[in-house]
Design a protein around this ligand. Structure first.
Ligand code: F6R
Length: 241
């Protein structure tokens, strides 16, 4: 596990974007595993900027997102499909038919999850997986639990996740209670993993993820077992090391 220490969020975003840039240059038809939330927004802004300058070409890139709220339409401005379109896909030359997000509108959760695992398999797996870190140690929406979930599954969001994400909704009552998320096994099968972590409020959990025991109670701790993980974190997030 490599820890890449950055000065602040801006520096973090540039460095994380540089790692993704290298991936796209070295393998133009790569499969990127992508995340939503606040942490990767700056990373996506840098990728858009470099694309607009002519430094990057996404025409052969495919992407698979980690998760989607159950029940939200793709055009709902809180859906993760909408987030990806507005923060990245609408601004680069990626072929949108090769960008995948779980189908939040599929009511049959088994089917939604099986379909998504099938897509991941058909794509041949993920070359580079970008992750954020939840305050409770979640990655994707793999919440603390008794065992590491394997494939895509439907989760009941933890109260702390609903609390953390309510800032994006009109009220806490509007936050969906369930989501479809890629499982830990699928995440761990990515060839390379880049996790972006910013802010003092993530310092305690980040210390546990890196130095604590590997346990499904801290889902991201499983990353200690992956052979190619880079954690790009700012000084505030690394303040407890
Ligand atoms: C979102 C996702 C989540 C977030 C995590 C951190 O696709 O997978 O695991 O990465 O909740 O969210 P932020 O970055 O908003 O603190």
């Amino acid at each position: 596990m490599i820890i890449c220490r950055t000065k602040d969020y801006q520096d973090l975003s540039r460095k994380a974007a540089n790692i993704i840039r290298a991936q796209v240059i070295l393998k133009p038809d790569c499969v990127l595993g992508l995340a939503t939330g606040s942490s990767p927004v700056g990373t996506y802004q840098n990728l858009v900027k470099w694309y607009q300058k002519g430094d990057l070409d996404f025409s052969n890139v495919s992407s698979i997102n980690l998760d989607e709220y159950r029940g939200l339409r793709p055009d709902n401005d809180q859906s993760y499909r909408y987030f990806m379109d507005t923060n990245l896909f609408n601004h680069i030359n990626i072929d949108k038919s090769k960008t995948f997000v779980p189908n939040g509108l599929e009511e049959d959760s088994q089917k939604a999850c099986d379909d998504y695992d099938q897509i991941i398999e058909t794509m041949g797996g993920v070359d580079l997986q970008l992750l954020g870190l939840g305050h409770n140690g979640h990655i994707g929406f793999n919440e603390p639990s008794e065992a590491f979930p394997s494939g895509t599954h439907c989760v009941d969001l933890a109260p702390s996740t609903i609390e953390a994400n309510k800032r994006f909704f009109a009220s806490e009552a509007d936050v969906p209670r369930q989501a479809y998320t890629m499982g830990i096994r699928s995440i761990m099968l990515a060839k390379k993993i880049v996790m972006v972590v910013s802010g003092e409020d993530k310092a305690e959990i980040l210390k546990n993820v890196v130095n604590g025991p590997i346990t499904p109670q801290v889902p991201a701790s499983v990353l200690q077992l992956h052979r190619d993980v880079v954690i790009v974190a700012d000084e505030a997030a690394l303040s407890k090391f």
